[in-house]
Write a protein that binds this ligand. Structure first.
Ligand SMILES: Nc1ncnc2c1ncn2[C@@H]1O[C@H](COP(=O)(O)OP(=O)(O)O)[C@@H](O)[C@H]1O
Ligand SMILES: [Mg+2]
Length: 310
């Protein structure tokens, strides 16, 4: 199979797991009005690589072991933390998918991100790359077992069917602007396809593509629907919405292009990678849009690889 389209279980898990599932809770914090030297105990003895700085329950900065060592080298241990900490810190929400953390680590190159709750913006954890690795490995362990079982059940639902007209149809409605329910259609489709015994690789590609399309309906449109057809040789997913449509489809397909408004970015979306990812994971993708009318996206995922394996 074409390598660029191959998704891994790990990729799937980064969509499935939430930041709060893997982050370190019960974190040590300190106030900003104390000398840097006070951090010695936390950083060295507790082997923590970075400490969030909190005043009156409010996250005001972050100090890393690198910052601490710099102070040590320059004889600034009596300086106040607030003069040495990083102030403009990037945070993540606890309910964001892990893939957002992966993207932020790539983008900023930081070693850690404080995690805050969406409701009251309070600090509830911290996430490092090693938390991600540990969390994914743990989940892989359980997922591996389930998947092995499934492989032996590999469905042959179409094997005895002669007519090519036979298909299964699954339909999901997606509300515009409601991020509380964003992802439900993709998760529903994923479960259904797994239950039918489709190979994990195919299900993953269908689920990730559908997830990205679903997010776009929520973020950019007045609502729409997702219909997935499981046909003898392919899965065809047709995603339509009620507008406003895309003025320049070519542009929308470019990696990194996004018109996501502030409130959507605030929720952690809007990296401009949704449509490019769909293109990557699908065997075929067609995007048609009429301004004011709406958008129609068709994703095709071939089953041939799966059907030939026995
Ligand atoms: N269904 C849609 N309706 C209107 N505009 C859309 C739709 N899907 C995508 N777009 C436009 O295409 C851009 C790129 O989409 P995408 O690659 O998913 O990135 P992102 O969602 O991060 O912005 C969006 O910012 C938006 O302008
Ligand atoms: Mg998108």
């Amino acid at each position: 199979m074409d390598n660029k389209r191959t998704t891994t279980k790990i990729q799937e898990l980064t969509y499935e797991l939430k930041i709060k599932d893997v982050m370190t809770k019960n974190i040590e914090t300190v106030g900003s009005k104390i000398p840097v030297s006070h951090l010695r105990d936390i950083l060295y003895n507790k082997r923590i690589s970075g400490v969030p700085i909190v005043n009156d329950n409010k996250l005001v900065g972050l100090i890393s072991i690198e910052d601490f060592i710099k102070c040590l080298e320059q004889g600034e241990m009596d300086d106040l933390i607030e003069d040495k900490m990083t102030k403009n810190i990037k945070t993540l929400y606890a309910d964001e998918p892990l893939v957002h953390a992966v993207m932020k680590f790539e983008k900023y190159g930081f070693g850690r991100f404080p995690v805050i709750s969406r409701k009251d913006k309070k600090l509830i954890g911290i996430i490092t790359k090693s938390d991600i690795i540990k969390g994914v490995l743990k989940k892989l362990e359980t997922a591996y077992h389930d998947e092995e079982e499934r492989r032996y059940r590999a469905s042959h639902i179409f094997n005895d069917v002669m007519a090519d007209e036979i298909f299964f149809k699954f339909q999901y409605y997606v509300e515009g602007k409601n991020f509380d329910r964003a992802g439900e259609a993709a998760t529903g489709l994923k479960k259904t396809l797994y239950r039918l015994g489709l190979s994990p690789e195919i299900v993953r590609r269908a689920a990730i593509s559908t997830y990205e399309a679903e997010i776009n309906i929520v973020a950019f449109t007045k609502g729409g629907k997702i219909i997935a057809y499981l046909e003898p040789h392919q899965i065809r997913i047709v995603i339509t919405d009620k507008g406003p449509g895309i003025p320049d489809v070519e542009k929308a397909l470019q990696p990194g292009f996004s018109t996501a408004p502030g409130w959507v970015r605030e929720l952690g979306f809007g990296a401009g990678m949704g449509l490019p990812n769909i293109k990557k994971f699908a065997d075929k993708m067609t995007l048609r849009s009429t301004v004011e009318k709406g958008t129609r996206l068709v994703i095709i995922i071939k089953l041939s690889d799966y059907r030939n394996e026995d």
